[in-house]
Design a protein around this ligand. Structure first.
Ligand code: MN
Ligand code: MN
Length: 459
């Protein structure tokens, strides 16, 4: 008969378990992640930085049709916005692969295609928000601008302004409280409208005569610096993101504050894990995909056939059938979950919500209402994860996104599961998810990395 201690389900705080040596490894891991997050402000930059890290670890660009051997490390970039990495295993591909899938796009403010205008001698960029944002959080904070402009002649101008110290930044205004009485009566979703999310980009008029002299002066600066005119914005992809650093949070430095933890925190975990994996039993595959925040649609999202093309080529050159490989594969959909927030306890069922510092958060299902839109992993899959994590010293917890009928969300899990791949969500719990400045725990980041390492070791 089991004793009381073993009869109850008890969770453990990672800090009560980690040895001094592991605490050091945890801090070192966090430093590496913080550097990555600081450099990866957009999906393009997240892919670019990941490729740099992979190349310096010996990964080479995948060549379609080429036959690879166990231990070979390859990467494939899809349209500069998504990245697939693989380390070939000893077992044939007909036995499946171990797959981790994270996304590298984050909520932000995209510029409209005709973004520039002048109003009352102030020049603005108008925006169209991307992903689930609470609009009131994006006013009166410093913003930086990232992206590309494709000119008529096909040349591309890269634009990054505000990331480096000393560069100008941008800002959306908010109403002063003295005159905000009417605004404050509105609901939080109506208080700041989407059309009012316009960014201040200049105020000094050009010395010439005529209309829109401030806008003209800004256009002259842009033309001089990047060789572009207003029409070039039609074929531009520019986005404003928070101009915040990536910081230790708390006197004890146990947490990390920064923009874009969702989902670059899991992207980095699987990237670092596949870099640290050599000669696995089964082929290890790491996916960093785009467009999750708007439904995983499109050519760079998880629903894109680009993934199937890559996997099919790997399988064919390895003498395996793609569908057989899929059916024997296993996937951790590496995406963040919500951490229990004691300031807002009413939205969570405390017993089944992920908590800070309790390790990587597993979500058997996501979705909303009656689990609608979720792939809902089987008990067998959860059982497999329990065993895999306990065999490898991974501290983990099972979470649910808030109370029943409180709200909901989704991940890429459904899109790998739809392909006949057993899939379950596993990721870092986040406080203030989708805010311009999100918080995660270093201990949970480290455990998510260990979870990905364990996945790639599976045979
Ligand atoms: Mn996410
Ligand atoms: Mn998200």
């Amino acid at each position: 008969m089991l004793e009381r201690e073993d009869l109850f389900y008890k969770q453990k705080n990672v800090f009560d378990i980690l040895s001094d040596e592991e605490l050091k490894a945890c801090e070192e891991y966090a430093r590496g992640y913080m550097r990555y997050l600081s450099d990866a402000r957009t999906e393009r930059e997240a892919v670019r930085e990941a490729v740099e890290l992979a190349k310096s670890a010996g990964f080479t660009e995948y060549v379609f049709g080429k036959q690879y051997s166990p231990g070979d490390k390859v990467y494939y970039v899809n349209r500069k916005k998504a990245l697939f990495l693989a380390v070939f295993g000893r077992k044939p591909l007909s036995e499946g692969v171990n797959l981790a899938a994270a996304h590298v796009d984050s909520p932000r403010l995209d510029l409209k295609q005709v973004p520039m205008h002048e109003d009352s001698e102030i020049a603005f960029f108008k925006t169209h928000y991307y992903g689930g944002v609470k609009k009131y959080q994006w006013v009166a904070i410093p913003l930086e601008l990232h992206g590309i402009v494709v000119k008529k002649d096909g040349q591309t101008a890269d634009i990054t302004v505000g990331r480096q110290e000393g560069e100008p930044r941008f800002c959306i205004t908010d109403l002063l409280p003295h005159l905000g009485a009417e605004q404050m009566k509105k609901t939080m979703s109506e208080g700041i409208s989407g059309e009012n999310l316009r960014i201040v980009i200049g105020s000094r008029p050009d010395a010439s005569q005529g209309d829109d002299r401030v806008k003209l002066a800004v256009l002259k600066i842009l033309n001089e610096k990047y060789g572009i005119s207003e029409e070039d914005f039609l074929s531009a992809e520019l986005m404003a993101v928070p101009a915040f650093g990536v910081d230790d949070i708390g006197f004890d430095r146990s947490l990390i504050g920064g923009y874009g933890h969702d989902d670059r925190v899991c992207a980095y975990a699987e990237l670092k894990a596949i870099i640290d994996t050599s000669a696995p039993e089964k082929t290890a595959v790491c996916l960093l995909v785009d467009k999750e925040e708007i439904g995983s649609e499109g050519v760079s999202g998880m629903q894109s056939r680009t993934f199937d093309r890559f996997m099919d080529d790997i399988c064919r050159t390895g003498g395996a059938d793609l569908y057989e490989c899929y059916s024997k594969s296993f996937c951790l959909s590496a995406d963040v979950c919500n951490a229990f927030d004691p300031t807002y306890p009413e939205v969570s069922d405390k017993r089944s919500n992920s908590k800070l510092n309790y390790g990587v958060g597993i979500m058997k299902f996501t979705g909303r209402g009656g689990k609608s839109g979720s792939s809902d992993a089987s008990a067998e899959v959860v059982g497999r994860v329990r065993r895999m994590f306990s065999d490898n010293g991974v501290v983990w917890q099972l979470g649910e996104l808030g109370k029943v009928d409180q709200g909901g969300g989704g991940t890429v899990a459904a899109y790998t599961a739809n392909r006949d791949i057993d899939t379950i969500d596993a990721g870092v719990p986040v406080l203030s998810m989708h805010a311009p400045y999100e918080i995660v725990s270093k201990a949970d980041c480290y455990m998510t990395y260990k979870a990905m390492l364990a996945l790639y070791k599976e045979n």
